[in-house]
Design a protein. Structure first.
Ligand code: 1PW
Length: 212
């Protein structure tokens, strides 16, 4: 995979993360997020604190997946089942993988909430409902911001103001000229939405949506 962001690559990873029976595979989910980190990195250093947090969350999931209990982390569904059964959900002891006190479920919940933000933001851009800075702030206030303390909300607000205008932003997606990129975006939003909805239902069913 190249270092350059590609929207199509992200769509493909999230699509591949969905099994026929609507399980979500961890490896492809993480791959999708790795792609998004490239976008964050291309947005400049003001997005560095966001990118760092995402990278950190991904490395926790990767180490759980690569650890001795890795087979249980094949899918989000198997992770939830395993961590619930083993009493690990609230942050158990995973000594071998070096993730003591941090559960896969609570880590993924952070990414899950962020995916909603991304879905709202990209949806707004694809429908041309405003400029990227405005749409990104709006999407954030409708989703992730309620889970963040003031200091993060204000840093995020500053970063969003640095987002480029619509056409340069669309070009950064590496999906062709703006009209074509809009089309690809239009295809991305439902895929992100499906992954989001399945995860939301899974977490809600097991009462995991407020994990500390
Ligand atoms: C323009 C493309 C945007 C796509 C990616 C969106 C990623 C959003 C991540 C926001 C992270 C803000 C800074 C970190 C905050 C953490 O405190 C917070 N993490 C998240 C992902 O919300 C909560 O994690 P914590 O502190 O409970 O481990």
């Amino acid at each position: 995979m190249s270092e350059e962001f590609s929207l199509q690559e992200v769509i493909d990873s999230f699509k591949l993360s969905l099994s026929d029976s609507k399980e979500i595979f961890m490896d492809q989910y993480v791959e999708g997020w790795r792609g998004l980190v490239k976008l964050l990195n291309s947005l400049g250093s003001v997005f560095g604190f966001i990118s760092k947090d995402v990278v950190n969350k991904l490395s926790i999931l990767v180490s759980l997946r690569g650890g001795p209990e890795g087979a249980h982390y094949l899918s989000l569904q198997s992770m939830v089942q395993y961590e619930l059964q083993s009493g690990l959900v609230e942050g158990g002891d995973h000594p071998a993988s070096g993730t003591r006190g941090v559960s896969g479920c609570r880590t993924l919940l952070r990414l899950h909430r962020a995916l909603r933000w991304l879905q709202l933001f990209l949806g707004g851009v694809s429908r041309d409902e405003g400029t990227p800075p405005t749409l990104c702030s709006l999407a954030y206030s409708q989703s992730l911001s309620q889970h963040h303390p003031w200091v993060i909300r204000s840093a995020a607000g500053l970063a969003f103001r640095m987002l480029p205008p619509r056409d340069p932003f669309l070009r950064m997606l590496n999906a062709g000229e703006p009209p074509q990129a809009v089309e690809v975006l239009g295809g991305a939003v439902p895929v992100l939405g499906e992954v989001y909805t399945i995860t939301e239902e899974l977490y809600s069913k097991h009462d995991l949506l407020n994990l500390p």
